[in-house]
Design a protein around this ligand. Structure first.
Ligand code: THU
Length: 160
């Protein structure tokens, strides 16, 4: 039997079309790119999340001379959140980037490893995480639930 996976997402021309709350998160993610340590790729990624408690957490990519040791902004943020606010779900996660070698006007698409990690966070707290994707300017994409970015995901079991 053939089956189809699809999902609906929102696309906005710019941050100006977002609600004030979402615009604040995008600004937070764009600002968090300044905390990135990315001397090897020159690709600065920032993440900024609102939590169910009303708190905010940021993250940025931290690279290493031994390249695989580096960590993405999203997973840095998830680790911080789990330490600083145990048992508090993430409501919305904004991710942005500043590509020092090129343009930063298209929305960032998170890497597969981060999609897996965000998905686990969503399952762990049984609470959907909205994702807002952008660059330093231009279009913004909003996905209502992180799991939509990772169909047929692995969750420790053979079947879904
Ligand atoms: N990176 C992130 O931080 N998040 C992503 O979703 C994609 C990639 C980082 C990893 C590396 O430091 C740099 O961007 C270039 O790949």
């Amino acid at each position: 039997m053939e089956k189809t996976f699809s999902f609906v997402y929102d696309e906005y021309d710019s941050i100006a079309d977002l609600t004030a709350e979402d615009a604040l998160l995008v600004e937070g993610a764009r600002n968090a790119t300044k905390l990135a340590y990315a001397p090897y790729s020159n690709f600065l990624v920032g993440a900024y999340a609102s939590l169910a408690s009303g708190d905010f957490v940021k993250g940025s990519n931290q690279e290493n001379a031994s390249y695989p040791v580096g960590i993405c902004a999203e997973r840095a943020l998830l680790a911080s959140t789990a330490q600083l606010f145990p048992d508090v779900p993430i409501n919305t996660l904004a991710i942005s980037y500043n590509n020092l070698n090129g343009s930063s006007s298209l929305p960032l698409c998170p890497c597969g490893m981060c999609r897996q990690a965000i998905n686990e966070f969503e399952n762990r707290y049984n609470s959907p995480i909205r994702i807002i994707l952008s660059g330093m300017e231009g279009k913004v994409i909003v996905v209502s639930q992180a799991s939509q970015l990772l169909p047929l995901s692995f969750n420790g079991e053979a079947f879904f």
